[in-house]
Design a protein around this ligand. Structure first.
Ligand code: NAD
Length: 403
């Protein structure tokens, strides 16, 4: 999504959320746009750290390494992080970072040099009470570990809470690896209760961290996973797939499509399959005005970021389909990042059951507040979520005397 879309989005939201021009101006203005050039093997790699809003707490957001990173996109992502942390009700603001690089062209040593260079470039602006990065596209726990080490060398003291998504040995949190999927499952369970929804048949697009863990967790809870897919395509069985078997096939052969007792299907077919719950967990903008009318699910759980276009959203709403929007549905990841930070700040580490219980509490509370705010409204649940988020950010700005 471009930043122009963000601005348009705020203008559309303004009459519904009763936003004044001054409030819109605050919401659309990033606090800091930091830029640098990272040097590696005689080449220069443009890098960004965008600190969008910290009215509710330190800036928070991942760092992605990707050839198509650009400042406009990082700015949009930092804006959405501001809303996501508000929806999850965790005391953070929004930020995002990126480096324009194809990490597949780098060996491990080069990746480490680049990760350390990123931190050196932005160290003055990072810290557990300033701005807290995390993994994103093509960055992982090892990269967070190098970044933490570089930061601590720069400042001269331990500060594990300056970054999240770390390996456990360096202060990471239990459950972080499945947190996005687990948080989504908790939200879905709450929605199912509210709607007294009986449907159990689930189709999941994407079989990575979000999609695969969602498939496992939902199957354990008695749902029937009838279709899953990855970038090569999907597989379907109306009677239900054996999820453990699909995971093995994916690990051994590289694609879920090699699961032999199902029928192959394309990613496009999966989205309009006859199912009860659809879980887009891969790419953005896959449900569009072209296919939205054909979506048969009654609930869409957006584990991916931005899988539904605004035009498609209107169609789904008209067709009485409940969309559990990304900034709520996939906020389990940033919520457990917050728990990681809390554990780092206190130097006391929680057991797995404690992290799970606290995540359930946070997601259930977030959903409950949004549902109450939405009941009886003409607009869709996503709009209610956005209104709630911008109001929370503005309430903090108001108390600070900025509005
Ligand atoms: P991942 O890289 O682990 O997995 C991505 C999956 O998508 C893979 O199975 C891949 O095969 C599949 N895929 C790629 N191209 C596809 C295509 N054209 N059609 C269908 N499937 C395709 O990524 P992830 O961490 O699971 O992230 C997935 C989505 O969830 C992204 O939108 C991401 O922004 C969002 N998300 C993830 C987290 C997290 O903590 N992992 C948190 C918030 C949001």
């Amino acid at each position: 999504m471009t930043f122009n879309h963000v601005v348009q989005f705020l203008q559309t939201l303004a009459p519904l959320a009763h936003l004044t021009p001054a409030e819109i101006s605050i919401l659309k203005t990033p606090h800091h746009l930091h830029q640098a050039e990272l040097h590696l093997n005689g080449k220069k790699y443009p890098a960004f750290r965008i600190q969008f809003n910290n009215a509710r707490g330190p800036y928070k957001g991942g760092i992605r390494f990707h050839p198509e990173v650009n400042e406009d996109e990082v700015k949009s992502l930092a804006f959405w992080m501001t809303l996501k942390t508000a929806v999850a009700d965790i005391p953070f603001g929004g930020g995002k970072g990126g480096v324009i690089v194809d990490p597949k062209t780098l060996n491990e040593k080069e990746l480490q040099v680049l990760s350390r260079a990123y931190v050196r470039a932005f160290a003055d602006h990072l810290g557990s009470n300033i701005d807290i990065p995390a993994p994103d596209v093509y960055t992982n726990g090892q990269i967070m570990a190098w970044m933490l080490d570089e930061y601590e060398q720069q400042v001269g003291y331990h500060d594990p809470g300056m970054i999240t998504g770390k390996p456990l040995e360096l202060g990471g949190s239990l459950v972080r690896d499945i947190a996005t999927a687990l948080g989504g499952v908790f939200v879905l369970e709450e929605a199912v209760k509210k709607l007294k929804f009986k449907g159990k048949r689930i189709a999941i697009q994407g079989f990575g961290n979000a999609g695969m863990n969602a498939a496992k967790l939902l199957a354990q809870r008695g749902f029937t996973i009838i279709a899953v897919s990855d970038s090569k395509g999907g597989v379907f069985d109306a009677k239900g797939l054996n999820v453990d078997e699909v995971v093995k096939i994916k690990d051994n052969t590289g694609s879920v499509q090699n699961y032999s007792s199902g029928k192959k299907m394309s990613n496009e077919e999966l989205l309009t399959l006859d199912c009860d719950i659809l879980v887009p967990s891969a790419l953005s903008e896959v449900i569009t005005e072209k296919n939205a009318d054909a979506v048969k699910a009654k609930i869409v759980l957006e584990l991916a970021n931005g899988p539904t276009t605004p035009e498609a959203d209107k169609i789904l709403h008209r067709n009485n389909i409940l969309v559990l929007p990304d900034i709520l549905a996939n906020a389990g990841g940033v919520t457990v990042s917050y728990f990681e930070w809390v554990q780092n700040q206190s130097g006391y580490y929680w057991k797995e059951e404690e992290v799970r219980a606290r995540l359930r509490e946070k997601m259930t509370e977030a959903f409950g507040k949004l549902w109450s705010a939405w009941e009886g409204k003409k607009y869709d649940f996503r709009t209610a979520t956005y209104i709630h988020a911008v109001k929370k950010v503005l309430a903090a700005e108001r108390l600070r005397g900025k509005v």
